[in-house]
Design a protein around this ligand. Structure first.
Ligand SMILES: Cc1ncc(C[n+]2csc(CCOP(=O)(O)OP(=O)(O)O)c2C)c(N)n1
Ligand SMILES: [Mg+2]
Length: 738
């Protein structure tokens, strides 16, 4: 392995065998063409391409191999009109690439990432897929696939110009970040590998419907197979025998990094053989007929519910990675010429000419016709209205719920049992509610028993164990939620949510916003959090401030059993993704018990609770610190001081109004919380109070919170780091001293 890759080294570094590579290096007398856009000329050069199609040196790998029986096809197996339509779709995709690159050079647009070189693989496979019935977890290089399932050139141009009626998200996302509700193309994140597990989630949704034969197409580049999520996705899809069709488009480069530096053995193909129950195929993705034949076998396999399939398409990248890239910096002229010699459109056209389906003149006429059509469309789309609303669709519509209904109360219940009962009641109410995570099923019922009994009562298909993989839990929930289920997943400890950060940040929270409201993934993520339990660094973390920074998420952190039950049920019935933080120290704590609310008792998000009224000082708090604030209030009461304690209950949305109104009344405020004082969520509250109640304040806005260190295990150490009763009382006295 060379530490530094230079183009000069490339031929020598390319492994001789044991991997699936594009082609031998072709002889140096191949003319070097413009290294930029594929260009009009690259779309079809009949005579040259015919020679190449007849067996040029560039075609070292042709054909296919793998687990499925494939019936090869040729031009004779199609109606001529069908082949012409396929060629036209490929040409449309290519012309869009070329046109968009030209528009960029004219200052019309900011970005383009093209599918040039991938068209045959996508159109050949796309033949067997059904827009609007199958599901599509795309990546940015799937333009030709999109066109082959019903996406229009006009829609592609609306995205390029980022216009108001761009169906992908009204100009909120970069172009080629596909998302189309009617066609079932899930909104695409830029983040490489973020699509693998959501795709599996859609497949799990379809698997639940015995009448469905839908296929979930999950696509990515060979570089994206280096993400751990790829292997998580293969594992879950194989384990569940889910109807997932993985399409890995191996163009040999991940921006500048060649596959032989990227992947052990220079190909992901051997690894695809490591998942029992997953069928694999590799094929020449520059050949339409091969793509069609292999795609047919693969799609039939998945539709027949014989298990998932992974296809590895050997394709070429004819453009630089994107409009921001110059591939001449890292690819040799020979390498680029070799790719151009495998141009899938030229090959397809040559094949059709050879078979007598079209003449060269007809091919050329079609190319010109497509070019004109795209040029005309571009002119028309350029004049369409610009978007002007960057603020809507951060959150979904407020559900029409009847909150805080009076009703019968039951026995005193501890917080964790209130959670358990809320889950049970919601699963009984709505069969779309699915509960899963690590250890949640069966007799164990979760490490804190929050899901105890749910598998027995609601079935192993409604409360089940996931693999031990937080990215998988959250990613699958994206697909399930987008497909109409209501996943209520458990992350065993807040400290272990980090492997799922990709999904939280780049799928769950922004999905609705970036698709301009077309896509959403409402779900509930239950997360035990917090310290005071001698859990050390990795069983004590407070995470609300980090996630408070995610527009699109809602966050609850209830301090008692009644609020926990009412908030969890409201979360499950809501339209947004909710991070439901459960303080472990409160799970069975006596003061957090409450008489159990009835099954329709719902607590609204964004409504703080004034847990104690007072006139001299406001303490704003949440979670475990509510009880420390109440203890301080009781102590001060004996001295004749009246303290108001506000439990905010939800971090997002924050009930600023209740806080500000209280401070205007008491003129003093202490913000008390468990997380680090520095950059903790209380910093936001303190800032709002300072900003909006300055004239009312008789004392500085004060915080009392945890130290800026990790939470240590030993009892005396933990006590020094986390705020204690005495700390809250001392801080209150400081504010009162003014
Ligand atoms: C998680 C993540 N890391 C890095 C990037 C920047 N990036 C965008 S595309 C890309 C290369 C992807 O290569 P590959 O998966 O082979 O797909 P290709 O673009 O070649 O089709 C990189 C590194 C990103 N978008 N997401
Ligand atoms: Mg690649």
């Amino acid at each position: 392995m060379t530490p530094e890759f230079s183009p000069e080294q490339e031929p020598a570094e390319r492994p001789e065998s044991g991997h699936f590579t594009t082609h031998d290096l072709i002889s140096p007398d191949v003319p070097e063409e413009d290294g930029g856009a594929a260009g009009d000329g690259a779309a079809f050069d009949g005579a040259e391409a015919a020679d190449e199609a007849a067996g040029g040196a560039a075609d070292a790998f042709a054909g296919y191999e793998g687990d499925l029986d494939v019936t090869p096809v040729g031009p004779e197996d199609f109606e001529p009109e069908v082949l012409k339509a396929a060629l036209r779709t490929m040409m449309t995709s290519r012309r869009l690439d070329d046109k968009m690159m030209t528009l960029l050079k004219q200052g019309k647009g900011y970005f383009h990432i093209g599918a040039s070189g991938h068209e045959a693989a996508q159109v050949g496979l796309g033949f067997h897929l059904r827009g609007g019935e199958d599901w599509f977890a795309f990546y940015y290089r799937d333009l030709a696939m999109a066109l082959s399932i019903g996406y229009t050139a006009e829609e592609a141009l609306l995205a390029h110009f980022a216009k108001a009626d761009d169906p992908n998200g009204a100009g909120r996302q970069m172009p080629e970040h596909f998302g189309h509700r009617e066609l079932n193309i899930m909104s695409t994140s830029s983040s490489v590998g973020a699509q693998w597990m959501p795709g599996v989630g859609f497949a799990l949704a379809e698997l639940r419907d015995p009448d469905s034969d839908a296929v979930v197409y999950i696509s990515g580049g060979e570089g994206a197979t280096s993400q751990g999520a790829f292997h998580e996705a293969l594992n879950w899809a194989a384990r569940a025998q889910a109807p997932a069709l993985f399409h890995i488009q191996d163009n040999k480069y991940a921006i500048s990094v060649p596959v032989w530096e990227q992947t052990a053995s220079g190909s992901i193909y051997p690894m695809l053989g490591g998942y029992p129950g997953l069928a694999r195929m590799k094929y020449d993705g520059t050949d339409f007929f091969t793509a069609f034949a292999v795609g047919k076998a693969a799609v039939e396999h998945v539709r027949a519910r014989k298990g998932p399939v992974a296809l590895l398409a050997d394709v070429v990248r004819l453009l630089p990675h994107s409009s921001s890239d110059d591939h001449a910096k890292y690819r040799t002229a020979e390498d680029l010429a070799a790719d151009r010699a495998r141009d899938p459109i030229a090959k397809m056209a040559a094949r059709l000419v050879e078979a007598g389906v079209m003449t060269e003149d007809e091919v050329e006429a079609m190319r010109k016709e497509v070019a004109k059509e795209i040029d005309d469309l571009a002119r028309a789309v350029e004049a369409r209205p610009e978007p002007d609303d960057p603020f809507s669709h951060v959150y979904g519509p407020e559900p029409d719920l009847d909150y805080e209904q009076e009703g019968p109360e039951g026995e005193l219940v501890v917080l964790v049992d209130a959670i358990n009962h809320a889950l049970d009641e919601e699963m009984a109410r709505d069969e779309r509610v699915l509960v899963y995570g690590e250890d949640v099923a069966g007799g164990k019922g979760g490490v804190f028993t929050a899901t105890r009994g749910l598998t027995d009562k609601h079935g192993a298909d409604r409360c089940f164990n996931s693999p031990l993989a937080e990215h998988s839990i959250l990613g699958s929930a994206v697909g399930l939620a987008a497909a109409g289920y209501k996943p209520v997943v458990e992350i065993q400890f807040a400290d272990y949510i980090w492997p799922g950060m990709q999904q939280l940040r780049n799928q769950i929270a922004p999905m609705r916003y970036r698709s301009n409201g077309a896509w959403a993934c409402p779900m509930v993520i239950r997360v035990p959090c917090g310290g005071y339990i001698h859990g050390g660094l990795c069983h004590s973390q407070n995470v609300e401030a980090i996630f408070g920074h995610f527009p699109g998420l809602k966050i609850a952190l209830p301090s008692n059993a009644a609020d926990a039950k009412g908030l969890l049920k409201a979360a499950i019935r809501g339209n947004d993704p909710v991070l439901f933080l459960e303080h472990k120290a409160l799970y069975r704590q006596g003061p957090a018990r409450r008489p159990e609310p009835h099954a329709e008792y719902l607590v609204p998000f964004g409504k703080a609770s004034v847990v104690r009224e007072g006139t001299d000082l406001t303490v704003v708090t949440w979670g475990a610190i509510v009880y420390k604030a109440l203890n301080a209030a009781k102590a001060l009461e004996k001295e004749g001081v009246s303290v108001e304690v506000i439990d905010i209950r939800t971090i997002l949305p924050l009930d600023s109004e209740t806080i500000l109104a209280s401070v205007k009344k008491t003129n003093r405020v202490l913000v008390a919380y468990e997380d680090h004082e520095f950059m903790g969520f209380g910093a936001e509250i303190a800032a709002q109070v300072a900003d909006r109640t300055f004239e009312y304040l008789d004392a500085p806005v004060k915080r009392v919170a945890g130290a800026f260190t990790w939470i240590p295990y030993a009892d005396p150490l933990e006590k020094l780091v986390l705020p204690q009763d005495d700390d809250v009382l001392a801080a209150a006295r400081e504010v009162l001293a003014y």
